[in-house]
Design a protein around this ligand. Sequence first.
Ligand code: PLP
Length: 386
Amino acid sequence: MELSFILNELGEDRENYFNAVSPPIVQSSNFAFKTVADLKQAMADEFDACLYSRGQNPTLDILRKKLAALDGAEDALVFSSGIAAISVPLLSLLKTGDHIIAVENPYSWTQKLFKSFLPKFGISTTFIDGTDFSNFENAVVPETRLIFLESPNTFSYELQDIKKVASFAKSRGIITIIDNSYCSPIYQQPYMLGIDLVAQSATKYIGGHSDIVAGVLTGSKELIRKIFDHEFMNIGPAVSPHSAWLLLRGLRTLPLRIQRSFESTKIITEWLSDHEAIQHVIWPFLTDFKQAQLVQEQMQGCGGLFSFTLKNSSLKKIETFCNNLQHILLAVSWGGHESLVVPSVASLTEDQYETTNERHQLIRMYVGLEEPQYLINDLRQALEKI
Ligand SMILES: *Cc1c(COP(=O)(O)O)cnc(C)c1O
């Protein structure tokens, strides 16, 4: 399906709402029926009917169709956060005694899910370095039920060979799920590479304006329906019709925004790489990136998230640099209109910081929609202060 058709037409039935170009926000918790028979039918199958907005809603329905098509998947669920789009399917697919193989250092709350939350239900996780495929084969035990990927990682950008892991998992009857927030469906479609479930934080590129928290999960109709019928309806992580509408609006400009970020990041990472105060810049589309070959094989591009380290880095230097930025904001998250930095040390105590550990020295930057030169000027003056 063509991208322009998905973003501008798919799922939209304008004749049903006064030929309005922008779909209405159907701000209603429930829906009425003419006959008991109609009501009965909707109650028997909430997945395919608008009965009550914890399940389906007409504004949400348009969004679901577009999101599924963007991933090349059969269906989609929308959640009130990205982390719900990860935790709810896991709660649905796993039971006591099951084992997960996960890439090491995933998104912080995904890590807490594996390390603190799932063990309460007797579900264990082995973390592996996913850059080496043999680590997946070696970590499998008879209880392994699920493999969790995040490619690339959103702080240090390690990739996994998605196609290879997906086909290995299929041959063993293991379900695969990937966090695809970094690339968005514009630049990577893991479902098309054989992954069963694709999760992403829609708070990032899909929302795109730093004004909404939401998540997306796509997959086969069968798996999505299974998750909807039980855990989705029981846990209750649905988005409001207004949030669904904001996400629809975000989708209209998604390709433009992410492409702008991608192009500005090329300029900024090259400028930083040449700067005398910079030690190392990590971004999948730099020529010296460790897994450059795999990037070419499975990513069509990427957005504006990268990391770098300072020469002769120290806690003090990192803090001085960050505190002196005038326009680039010091904040978590990414994917909006505004550029941001967050240093790794923000999540470390002073005695946890190891001077020789590159991970601890990383400063992550997200390049928003500003003029690249405006951002370079800000980086330059802050680097001069150290
Ligand atoms: C932000 C983020 C999440 C969580 O999404 P929320 O919408 O904040 O719940 C998950 N994975 C990655 C990679 C993220 O950056």
